[in-house]
Design a protein around this ligand. Sequence first.
Ligand SMILES: NC(=O)c1ccc[n+]([C@@H]2O[C@H](COP(=O)([O-])OP(=O)(O)OC[C@H]3O[C@@H](n4cnc5c(N)ncnc54)[C@H](O)[C@@H]3O)[C@@H](O)[C@H]2O)c1
Length: 390
Amino acid sequence: MRRIGVVVNGVTGRMGYRQHLVRSLLAIREQGGVPLRDGTRLMPELVLVGRREERVRAIAERHGVERWTTDLSEALDEAEIYFDAQVTPARAAALRTAIAAGRHVYTEKPTAEGLDEALELARLADEAGIRHGVVQDKLFLPGLLKLRRLVDGGFFGRILSVRGEFGYWIFEGDWQEPNRPSWNYRAEEGGGIALDMLCHWRYVLDNVIAPVRSVSATIATHIPERVDDSGAVYRATADDAAYATFELEGGVIAHINSSWTVRVFRDELVEFQVDGTEGSAVAGLRRCRFQHRAGTPRAVWNPDIPATEAFRSQWAEVPDNEEFDNAFKVQWEKYLRHVADGEDFPWNLWEGAKGVQLAELGLRSAAEGRRLEVAALQAPQPTAPRGVAG
Ligand SMILES: NC(=O)c1ccc[n+]([C@@H]2O[C@H](COP(=O)([O-])OP(=O)(O)OC[C@H]3O[C@@H](n4cnc5c(N)ncnc54)[C@H](O)[C@@H]3O)[C@@H](O)[C@H]2O)c1
């Protein structure tokens, strides 16, 4: 058994607590760590960090984690890896501190609020010779893994288009409790759905379909006033919907709607339909259904009679064929093996910067009312990073 210290910052937040602490790191501890190449197992030893002492202590006690603190530099002294799931504006400074201390860093997205800072963090991390990673959880969802399987198997022929629908209703807070924290609706606190979601769409499109070449977006703040947890009314200064069209390499057109002001009439909270010359598929978080060209019915337009076909029943289910674990946990295991074993881990701060780039361009495209090209980001050839635990 090898042990590796992991600082978890932002552990009182929704993502930090549920996805990263409980479903990933504690689950990895419960299963006895992560197996390494030499047959030993790597056990993450956690140091929890948060701003409010009583809340961090309560979480630590609830889950039997011995080490916790409100002091980041104290935590960094005790661990090899720094993980960040704080609110977005707090992230860059904490990552800089951790990188300067020589810690390996893993972080939630967006890595920074702007591209310049995101690139600077990637450069600093390379210069420090540390191993860095960015959460790109959607790539490890069962639905998208099955979609990827179809792409890799050549099912689609030439891919023509992608249409994505992401979103659900976020209560305004006046008569039902809001289901997301209020900073998400304040631009000055790092909020906004474009910054939040275009980071995801960048790596999903780049990795599953084809690299993104341009963006044209319209954003809106449909609900101008909301009520926070304490009952105070505030002005929503950030966008709560982003309607974005992307051109991908090879001429694929992707359009993705992201909205916190939409009611769900879908099977899952996010769905992507991919249409190709040989077939089509619809992937959600867990399911993926497909229709081959040979099974495509001849549609007849006749609004004078009720629909004669049950369109959804004409699609087949892509089988699981494997067991899927929590997407965040799967990526955590890969990151831990990257640090300890040097296993390939392409989802680094350079890739994270691409997400920030697309969000920034999407917002600019909306402000200027025009389509913008996505310039290639040249990541310098990294010098071999050093490992730890070996
Ligand atoms: N990968 C994903 O699917 C996904 C989903 C949602 C959010 N996120 C990202 O995760 C991060 C956290 O989001 P969340 O929804 O968990 O937020 P949250 O508000 O629930 O949690 C934020 C955390 O940051 C801490 N924090 C540090 N400095 C703060 C400050 N100045 N003000 C307020 N809180 C501060 C809070 O104490 C808390 O622990 C964000 O960067 C967000 O973009 C990622």
